[in-house]
Design a protein around this ligand. Structure first.
Ligand code: GUN
Length: 297
């Protein structure tokens, strides 16, 4: 069997068209342009690249975006003061502080400072708690994107055994929280594996849907999956490649070439989950603007 390729680019384009439609309506009916403030501290190349992608995507769907760039040695107090200012600025419906932050800044202090109504990343403890309780407000973008890819590609997780590899706050924990809910597009049996898991293949071989979010290139091999599995590869790893101008190429956490021979469906890297993360950020930002406009959806 050769797997069907689940293209994040294709699913993302479908959702972005829906978002563009909503921004048009907001402008026509309420005179509101959704606004997103992105804060970038320092010049980490991966972060710069993400932030540039976010700005471009916003422009394409009619979201007003401003990136505020601060030097790497900015003190924590200054970042907190900026967040406070953005909380009060009504032209921004969403605030995103790009992570990771430099060492002198406490990430959780900054995430806590963003008001939950503008937390389009879905990282604030209030939003994390709501998600776990089955009353989601803003869902974190990457896990929400994973769910949308599954559902919109015809792989409804309901009743399936989903095995998540990785327990990060950004991906592993929230994707499990989303997929375990008694909700349409969820209702799965979820197992979470992590660095403390003994005999990882014992669990991964049981997966109907396998979500790899470990941050380790080629960590999931063909021997670790069953025939017909659906694989979502969240990994984005830079590996050295002298044939590339940049000196590196991006690979996921899954040995794509080998696993695709056994899987029913699989996401590529790049072009898989990546475009979905930014897309779900657009979804959250437009929803924040709709709520601010008194539209409840
Ligand atoms: N760094 C890597 N992914 C993300 C994300 O989704 N949001 C933020 N704020 N920072 C990130």
């Amino acid at each position: 069997m050769t797997a069907k390729i689940i293209s994040g680019t294709v699913v993302a384009a479908e959702i972005r068209a829906e978002v563009a439609e909503k921004t048009k309506k907001l402008l026509a009916q309420k005179r509101i342009t959704p606004g997103l403030a992105v804060v970038l501290v320092g010049e980490d190349p991966a972060s710069v690249s993400y932030v540039t992608g976010k700005a471009k995507a916003c422009q394409e769907v009619g979201v007003h975006e401003e990136t505020i760039r601060l030097p790497a040695d900015t003190p924590e107090s200054q970042v907190l003061a900026l967040v406070e200012k953005l909380n009060r600025d009504s032209k921004f419906h969403g605030i995103l502080v790009q992570l990771p932050l430099p060492k002198q800044i406490n990430e959780s202090k900054v995430v806590n400072a963003i008001i939950p109504q503008k937390d389009v990343d879905g990282f604030h403890p209030v939003n994390v708690g709501k998600l776990l309780m089955g009353e989601p407000f803003f869902m974190p973008c990457t896990p929400h994107g994973v769910q949308q890819m599954l559902v919109r590609s015809g792989y409804d997780p309901s009743g399936k055994h989903v095995v998540v590899c990785g327990r990060s706050n950004i991906v592993g924990k929230p994707v499990a929280a989303i997929l375990m809910q008694k909700q349409p597009g969820a209702n799965a049996t979820v197992t979470i594996c992590h660095t403390g898991t003994k005999n990882l293949p014992h669990y991964t071989r049981q997966a109907d849907i396998l979500i790899a979010a470990m941050g380790r290139p080629n960590a999931i091999t063909a021997e670790m999956v069953k025939d017909g599995v659906v694989v979502i590869d969240v990994g984005v790893n830079r590996v050295e490649d002298k044939t590339k101008k940049s000196g590196f190429r991006l690979v996921g956490d899954v040995d794509f070439e080998a696993v695709k021979e056994k899987a029913a469906a699989i996401t590529p890297v790049p072009g898989g989950v990546g475009p979905m993360t930014i897309t779900m950020l657009l979804v959250n930002t437009v929803r924040a603007a709709e709520i601010a406009a008194g539209i409840t959806v």
